[in-house]
Every structure is written in structure tokens, then in C-alpha cells.
Design a protein around this ligand. Structure first.
Ligand code: FES
Ligand code: FE2
Length: 431
């Protein structure tokens, strides 16, 4: 756990508040043999889009490990340690052939499971290649993404099929990747921080989303079998709009459509995006997104189905000054330090979701440390996993006073969330 800086009560007290406690390494460090790193490795993790793998190898960094991904001419995808086991040349300069990848330096040829198929410079009777293997990880392609399992081989779970990704009437398309020079946890913290939407995205930087997002919502947070959701309820005329955004443990976020304005009644609607926040190492993170596009005309805006167009506020502004004038998620999150220091934070009422998420993370990490499976890791082959992200808009005229109305909205939001938990709309095929 983090050590805490003192709660400063002195005016002009900077002198008494100069020490920066260490980061919470249990939650933030992701390298081999770290508690969080081992936890994250228990889940299938996306490393790139399928169409990133063309004729050349792709260098990737995951959880502090340097790796190379490639697709050979037979279509097989491999994920290997970056450096050749002969004398360390990077396989990103390798030759992708009919089968496997060949090191450019002395021609050793590797198969996707790390088998050394050829060592051409060695004597014909050399048995080195039969005795030695190169480091490799299993991969799985789905939904236009390439996933890897980097945990202990004997604990490999089946590949999870989230209901949102096979939703009737929708297709998922690969979206964008984004790279942030900061720790992954502060980015996932943000998923459970709906208050920032009203400030950062609406009040400070102008209405990036619909205007209705500018109203501070009533907020609740609910644990689900696979993670948690926030429930943000807002009044829009005679409607109550409940927005539920989701963390699927540990590092998938599902975001409800940002083009919702709450002006039309709407049943459970599912996410606009499923996005993994993949730690490359302790201080750099890749976002990799799938976009959900409705087959129904006009339901999903055309720009969202266009992969060249990105979500607003996700990358650094063009200049430092522009970032100061119109800060977005990038400026807010990267500037929390390379690894946000929890011992300097003063968590408040609006951080209940962040606290709940960190508690869930810690539970999962400690379960893995204790030799158990963490929450959210399914063991049933082919099972469809229920998830809970959605916008729902209900007809519900306002109560007599503002206070009573807020209470009513909050209760309605919680009722809805609980009904979805009991009877997940997507997994049961009725929405
Ligand atoms: S360094 Fe790769 S084959 Fe020699
Ligand atoms: Fe944001």
C-alpha cells in the first residue's frame, strides 16, 4: 500500500510538503514477477490489430517485455522474444517466410511456438536446435485483434467471448491505437471517474460530447461479476437518462455512446467502444480499441465507423499552449506523473468509483499471489460472458423538488442496474 504524505493544513506550507512518497507498486508495476504484472498476465491481452501483421515483423512491448509479432505466409501468427537466442539480434529485422521467422544475422529459423527449425550455419550433425527453444507465447485472433496469453502455461484460461462483441444488429470494427507515456492504472482509474466528463470534456474544453453531458449526474457504482459499472443519471426534460460505463477486469473499458442526449426513450443499448489499456511497461500504455457499429441506419454516426477519425481529446494537443488552452484526457492523465502517486492524493466523494476499482484490483492481485484465479477470469470453454455497459433512457417526469428528483433518479438508476445484473440483456438476447 502507498505511504501517505501529510494532510497539509498550513498556509504557504509548501516547505512542509515536499516529499513525494513512492508509488503504489502493488497496483502499478507490471514487469515479470511483480504482483500486478503476474495478475495482468493471467488474462488474454491484445497486442495489435490483425491487419498490423503484413509482410514485415512487428516489434511490440508488453508488460516490460520486448517481443516480436509476425504472420508467416501460411497465415500463422507468432509472438516471440524479440532477441534471437543465438547472439541477440532483434527479430524485428527478421525475414518472414512460408513458415516462421528467420533471423537476419545468421539465418536461424523459428516457428510460432519457439521451435528452432533451422540453424543453417551449424554443422549438419548439430543437435542444438533440437535441444533449445526460443521464448514464445500463445496467440489468438478474434474481432480483428491479436491477443496473447503471457501467464503460466498451465493456467491458460479459455479465450473469453464478451456478449457486447457478438451483439445482434451490431458489428465490431478495429478502431485506433493510442500511446500514453504514463502508467496504465491512472488511465483505467479514469474509466470510473464520470465527474471528469462534466468538467474536462464539457465545462473546461467546450462541449466535446453532447451538451447534456455538462450536467453533473447523480452517481452510483456497482460491482458486477466481471468488474464494475458506474451509473450516472441525468434529467433531460421528462426523461431520466442512465449511463453505465464499465470496467471489465482488469484492463478493458466499455464506454456507452457519447452521442446520446437522453431526448428519446431507449432500452439497454450496449457500448460504443470496447478498449483495452495494455501496459507496455510501468510508464507507457497502449490503448487499443474496437468500435461497435449498428447495422441500423442513423443509429451510429458515420464518423465512428470511419477508422481514420479518432475520438476527441485522446491524443496530445498539437502544441503545449493548445494543450493548456484545451486540455483533454491526454493532458489530464499523463500530467498525473509517469506513475500517479496515490500517497499524495486526497480522494473525495466523487472518487468512490476509483477507490472501488482499486480495491477490486488489489483483490485480484492478491488472489493470484495466493495461487487462486482472480475475479473475472472464466474457466468455461465457449461461454458468453455478460457485460453491462449501456445508455438507457426512461420516461419519468420530474419530482416536485430538485432534491426529491435527484433521489428518484438515483433510485431508478440503481433499480435498472440491479435488473441488468440479474438478467443481463445482451447475453439473453432481449434488449
Ligand atoms: S543472432 Fe540470430 S542467427 Fe545469429
Ligand atoms: Fe475522458
Amino acid at each position: 500500500m502507498a505511504t501517505r504524505a501529510p494532510f497539509l493544513k498550513t498556509r504557504f506550507g509548501g516547505y512542509h510538503h515536499r516529499d513525494v512518497p513512492a508509488e503504489d507498486s502493488e497496483l502499478t508495476h507490471v514487469g515479470p514477477d511483480t504482483p500486478c504484472g503476474e495478475y495482468l498476465r493471467r488474462f488474454w491481452q491484445p497486442l495489435c490489430f490483425s491487419d498490423d501483421l503484413k509482410d514485415l515483423p512487428l516489434r511490440v512491448r508488453m508488460f516490460g517485455e520486448d517481443l516480436v509479432a509476425y504472420r508467416d505466409r501460411s497465415g500463422t501468427v507468432g509472438l516471440l522474444e524479440l532477441h534471437c537466442p543465438h547472439r541477440g539480434t532483434s527479430l524485428e529485422f527478421g525475414l518472414v517466410g512460408d513458415r516462421g521467422i528467420r533471423c537476419c544475422y545468421h539465418g536461424w529459423l523459428f516457428d510460432c511456438d519457439g521451435t528452432i527449425l533451422e540453424t543453417p550455419g551449424e554443422p549438419a550433425d548439430s543437435t542444438l536446435k533440437d535441444r533449445l527453444c526460443h521464448g514464445a507465447y500463445p496467440v489468438h485472433e478474434a474481432f480483428g485483434l491479436v491477443f496473447a496469453y503471457m501467464g503460466p502455461p498451465e493456467r491458460k484460461p479459455p479465450f473469453p467471448i464478451y456478449d457486447s462483441l457478438i451483439r445482434p444488429g451490431y458489428r465490431v470494427i478495429p478502431g485506433r491505437k493510442y500511446f500514453y507515456p504514463c502508467n496504465w492504472l491512472q488511465i483505467q482509474d479514469n474509466t470510473m471517474d464520470p465527474t471528469h466528463t462534466a468538467f474536462l470534456h464539457t465545462i473546461v474544453s467546450g462541449a466535446v460530447f453532447t451538451e447534456e453531458f455538462g450536467v453533473l449526474p447523480e452517481l452510483d457504482y456497482v460491482e458486477t461479476p466481471v468488474g464494475m459499472i458506474y451509473v450516472a443519471t441525468r434529467r433531460v426534460g421528462d426523461h431520466v437518462w442512465a449511463r453505465m460505463v464499465e470496467v471489465v477486469l482488469p484492463n478493458l473499458q466499455q464506454v456507452a455512446p457519447i452521442w446520446e442526449n437522453g431526448r428519446r426513450e431507449r432500452a439497454f443499448s450496449g457500448p460504443m467502444m470496447s478498449r483495452w489499456l495494455v501496459p507496455m511497461d510501468d510508464t507507457s500504455t497502449m490503448f487499443i480499441e474496437l468500435r461497435h457499429v449498428s447495422e441500423e441506419e442513423g443509429e451510429t454516426p458515420a464518423w465512428w465507423a470511419d477508422r481514420d477519425i479518432m475520438l476527441p481529446g485522446q491524443v496530445a494537443m498539437d502544441s503545449y499552449e493548445e494543450g493548456q488552452r484545451h486540455p483533454g484526457d491526454y493532458e489530464a492523465q499523463v500530467s498525473q506523473r509517469p506513475i500517479a502517486v496515490h500517497g499524495l492524493e486526497h480522494l473525495s466523494e466523487t472518487d468512490r468509483g476509483v477507490s472501488m476499482f482499486r480495491r477490486q484490483m488489489r483483490r485480484g492481485i492478491r488472489a493470484v499471489t495466493a495461487g487462486k484465479d482472480p475475479q473475472g477470469l472464466g474457466r468455461e470453454n465457449g461461454a458468453v460472458v455478460a457485460t453491462y455497459c449501456n445508455n438507457t433512457v426512461m420516461l419519468m417526469p420530474a419530482a416536485a423538488t430538485e432534491g426529491a428528483d435527484k433521489k428518484m433518479m438515483r433510485a431508478a438508476g440503481m433499480r435498472l442496474a440491479k435488473s441488468y445484473l440479474k438478467d443481463p440483456p445482451l447475453v439473453n438476447g432481449h434488449r
